[in-house]
Design a protein around this ligand. Structure first.
Ligand code: FES
Length: 163
């Protein structure tokens, strides 16, 4: 049920964002931030258009886009679910969280719902082992997550369960 989604973004929108900036190499970061803020990731086509507009090699744009953790080349949701898959969380049931997210939202780690509302990632230990299994939703940490509490969390962020 994952998507690369292309209906939520158009070349016209990319153009509108990119051409706010003059043709100078130093504007690549502001453009990438604007793209990220709007789409929660950096669409490939937008990076190509930015490279052309700023007259910088596409390889240079990609190397910046992949260097900074704040940027992603794959779509992310408005609500980013990050399950901790460190050793303690793994033992305490992080796999259950992953399965429950799939049951509720139809996405696996690395995927995003078609409406771009939710995405799921796994991360290494976040230092909250005492409350394992842990889940981060955007920047908020939830501990001792169960199937039931996960449903509540998803609802809290506007998610609807799969029928
Ligand atoms: S292993 Fe998950 S918080 Fe440490």
């Amino acid at each position: 049920m994952a998507t690369n989604g292309n209906q939520l973004e158009t070349e016209e929108q990319f153009q509108e964002i990119i051409t706010r900036y003059p043709t100078e190499q130093r504007y690549i970061m502001p453009i990438m931030h604007d793209l990220r803020n709007r789409y929660h990731y950096l669409p490939r086509k937008a990076l190509e258009m930015a490279a052309a507009h700023l007259q910088v090699p596409l390889s240079q744009v990609y190397s910046m886009a992949t260097f900074y953790k704040a940027f992603s080349l794959i779509p992310r949701g408005r609500v980013r679910l990050k399950t901790c898959d460190g050793t303690t969380c793994h033992i305490k049931g992080s796999q259950t969280i992953i399965e429950e997210v799939y049951k509720n939202l139809g996405i696996r780690p690395g995927e995003t719902t078609p409406d771009r509302e939710f995405s799921l990632e796994t991360v290494n230990c976040i230092g909250a082992c005492a409350i394992a299994p842990a889940l981060i939703v955007n920047d908020k940490v939830y501990g001792k997550v169960t199937a039931a509490s996960l449903k509540t969390i998803i609802r809290e962020y506007g998610g609807r369960e799969n029928e």
